[in-house]
Design a protein around this ligand. Sequence first.
Ligand code: KG4
Ligand code: ZN
Length: 332
Amino acid sequence: MSPLFLGIETSCDETAAAVVAEGRSICSNVVFSQVPMHERYGGVVPELAAREHVSRLLPVVDEALRQAGVGLSELTGIGVTFGPGLIGSLMVGVETAKGLAFGAGLPLFGIHHLRAHLFANLLESDLDPPMLCLLVSGGHTELVLWKAYGVYQRLGSTRDDAAGELLDKVARALELPYPGGPQLERLAALGDPRRFAFPRALLDEPGFDFSFSGLKTAVLRALVHGAPAADVAAACQAAVVDVLVEKTRRAVAQTGEQLVAIGGDVAANGLLRQRLEEAAQVDGFRLHFPPTALCTDNGAMVAAATFDAWQRGCSASLTLTAAADLPIESAG
Ligand code: KG4
Ligand code: ZN
């Protein structure tokens, strides 16, 4: 029988579990989104997120096993995201996975959340590292060179806000509902991106770090001065996308890596997709976007990363603990 892993993901506001065969083939992928609960607060409330994971996780795991048509005893092992993320949320996933693994006598694997986003590119595909990865979510903006299985090099990351976080904050200032990224994209479609020349930070510096706090200040200042919302949204989105695409192109040029993969929910953004596709044509690199359902936080990407951890013999003990901060190079 092919190796079968359960992946559990609770690092932020999605309660998710999935069963994946041989790291590639999705048998089930159940995601319970807490967005409606956090919407009224305009963002994720960590304490509420953790409590919701407590009540939702076991039913989500049961449903993932049911849809896959397997029992715990048929699994090869259990993987769980143990960082980075919201500490209370992570702890719910980690402690639950430990209990399940101990009870069923299965090996346990601690999975790095950003590595899991990279593994989303392998699901239902025939891709393998090496590849250059742009990770863009509400919590992270990073360029990572995935050199080989188990070998990651972070080329750069944001020094302040993540790209999705910036879009969410600007959307909130525009009184758009949470999560703001998709709402801002809709509003931007009605505006003129050339109306404002918002800053594109760190493009005049070598290296691959990002900074979006200056852009946030400039956008909020424009709004205070009564600038039209749609034009501000369009110009803000254009500035974020410009920086993400330009840094990615430079990383391709510097590393020579010809395959570029994307992770995180900001990958759903139409302008980012279009501009990356244009860059891929001009510069001659290959581009891979996972389907949108696999860009958002999910258990399938965790299960895929678990297959790799199992192949490399990187199991965790029952002393595994959640870690809010965890550099991508540091896990097993
Ligand atoms: O990967 P994700 O679901 O969660 C983590 O942060 O890990 O990413 C959520 C982020 C939010 O900031 C949301 O506003 C953003 O992704 N997002 C988008 C779009 N869809 C979601 N940003 C821009 N355009 C979109 N279409
Ligand atoms: Zn994520």
